[in-house]
Design a binder for this molecule. Structure first.
Ligand code: C2O
Ligand code: CU
Ligand code: CU
Length: 540
């Protein structure tokens, strides 16, 4: 991950990459050969699963600010355990934001700062990250910047534990870096978000060092929508015709819990997941906004779907089909970081963990009473279904999709780049066990991996062995190429998460502007992330 001049760049062919995959001896490689469309292993549920399309689609409540004075909206969120009835007749204990999964949605306006006070009543420390947020480093949720559990008597002990853990992993202070042993700890803390960014769908989720995957799995995820006047004026479907859809897969244990096969079930000390889930944990129940294969009644009109894949490891390829096997277009109007320049029409929409798509679906040609299913072309058995819409009534519709959606997209060119870097995402060894590495190294909070100048434009060439959805904190980027070929249709616009396919080298371009400080980039397959596939990004 050192800086390379373009001419010195090592050219790594697909053959070499696949050779390396085979050399790792991973079970993933074999699984991959059989099913090129996913990375991970499915954990079957131990309770009976309900039939699809019976439970109504829940819409997460929008959180009310506790104060709006002084030009800042203030929110309070308590992280606590709660019991939900996700499957009929089954009690499922969860870790939640404010008692629900998904957590409450925060709606904010571009340029109007907000403060969110998070109080931790869970049995473990937590970290809150606003994914896709242009956030100063001290509120970005660095993985050791902990919010300690407030109501547990052993918090002090846990602080010591965290320090020991870091001492054990052999970290040393580095010049220009904060001493990692000075783990930042608080019982509750304020996160401040300037919201000085393009309107889009963001999400907030846990980001604790080594334990993000199980915390996400147990429910620590919520939506955050940023809006502005320009977008409001476009005339897109709005109100009840704008639907946030957080898609996750989960598995239910015999006792109804969302069992996570962690090496340490208390999620306090030893990180990691059991075999055969090292490449990613896949569930066999698809939840949308926390409900299994839900159904939603719609008018015969256009709807705006704000889709997030909040699954740990599962990729989907979404398609809308009527019961008469007719396909409805998904007209993409936005990517992770907001509106596209112009709409892009898709028959199928692939979505990797942490990606978002803003898409319009038009039900006006569907007869009243008919059903439109959203299916997952990468799924098998129960994971082939996602949710359904039932067209309940005719409806007037004055919404539109303008041919020009936005004109403020960055125009960085390859020739603007101060640096071109090659960054490899591959399996490897960590402490003699299986791990996932960036540039050959597992994550270490004490090491600076990439240092960039504030305001610099760079081209990064991201190289993968298996599927890796790569995410950069703070910045949005554009996709320049995929293994020397043009980007795919759904790569359009400004993104913050880019799925690398097996053996691929994907070039992205971005400008590191906004704030100086220590940020992250990582694989958003949550199991990979916890097992080392994360790196520090220093903006100086
Ligand atoms: Cu979705 Cu580093 O985060
Ligand atoms: Cu992020
Ligand atoms: Cu990965």
């Amino acid at each position: 991950m050192r800086e390379h001049a373009v001419s010195r760049r090592r050219v790594l062919g697909i053959g070499a990459t696949l050779g390396l995959m085979a050399a790792t001896g991973l079970s993933t490689s074999a699984a991959l050969a059989r099913r090129p469309s996913f990375t991970g292993a499915e954990l079957p549920s131990a309770v009976p699963l309900p039939p699809p399309f019976e439970v109504p689609l829940p819409i997460p409540a929008v959180l009310k600010p506790t104060s709006t004075s002084g030009g800042v909206d203030r929110y309070e969120i308590t992280q606590r355990e709660a019991v939900a009835h996700i499957l009929p007749g089954v009690r499922t204990p969860l870790w939640t934001y404010e008692g629900t999964f998904p957590g409450p949605t925060i709606e904010s306006r571009r340029g109007r700062p907000i403060t969110v006070t998070h109080r931790n009543e869970l049995p473990v420390p937590t970290v809150v990250h606003l994914h896709g947020g242009r956030t100063p480093a001290d509120s970005d949720g660095y993985p050791t910047d902990l919010v300690l559990p407030g109501r547990w008597p052993d918090s002090a002990e846990m602080v010591r534990g965290a320090h020991d853990m870091h001492a054990m992993s052999g970290m040393q202070g580095m010049p220009g870096m904060q001493d990692p042993r000075a783990v930042v700890t608080r019982l509750a803390r304020d996160y401040t978000f300037p919201m000085d960014q393009r309107p889009t769908l963001l999400w907030y989720h846990d980001h604790r060092m080594d334990f993000t995957a199980p915390a996400l799995w147990r429910g620590l995820a919520g939506l955050h929508i940023v809006r502005d006047d320009a977008e409001d004026e476009l005339g897109l479907p709005a109100g009840t015709r704008e639907l946030p859809l957080m898609i996750t897969d989960r598995s239910f244990a015999a006792d109804g819990s969302l069992h996570y096969p962690a090496l340490d079930p208390t999620l306090r000390e030893q990180p990691g997941v059991q075999e055969p889930y090292l490449a990613g944990l896949l569930g066999d129940v698809i939840l949308v906004n926390g409900a299994p294969w839900p159904v939603h009644e719609v008018d015969a009109a256009s709807y705006r779907l704000r889709i997030l894949n909040a699954s740990n490891a599962r990729h989907y390829e979404l398609e809308a089909v009527t019961d008469d096997a007719e396909r409805l277009d998904l007209v993409q109007i936005g990517a992770d970081q907001g509106l596209l320049a112009a709409p892009v029409t898709h028959g199928r929409l692939p979505i990797a963990p942490a990606e978002r798509y803003d898409a319009i679906i038009d039900f006006s040609g569907v007869p009243v009473g008919a059903r439109v299913r959203i299916v997952n072309r990468l799924g098998t058995g129960p994971t082939r279904d996602v949710m359904a819409f039932r067209v309940a009534r005719r409806g007037t519709d004055d919404s539109r999709i303008p041919a020009t959606l936005s004109t403020d997209l960055p125009t960085w060119q390859r020739s603007d780049a101060a640096n071109v870097r090659d960054i490899a995402f591959r399996a490897g060894q960590v402490h003699g066990g299986h791990g996932w590495l960036i540039g050959g190294l597992p994550f270490d909070p004490a090491r600076s991996d990439v240092t960039v100048g504030l305001g610099d434009v760079e081209v990064w060439r991201l190289i993968a062995d298996v599927h890796h959805p790569v995410h950069l904190h703070l910045v949005g980027f554009r996709v320049l190429s995929r293994s020397g070929r043009p980007p795919l249709p759904h790569d359009a616009g400004l993104k913050d998460t880019i799925p690398l396919r097996p053996g691929e080298a994907v070039e992205i371009i971005t400008r590191f502007d906004g704030y100086r400080g220590r940020y992250l980039f990582h694989c958003h397959n949550a199991e990979h992330e916890d097992m080392g596939m994360m790196a520090n990004l220093e903006i100086i």
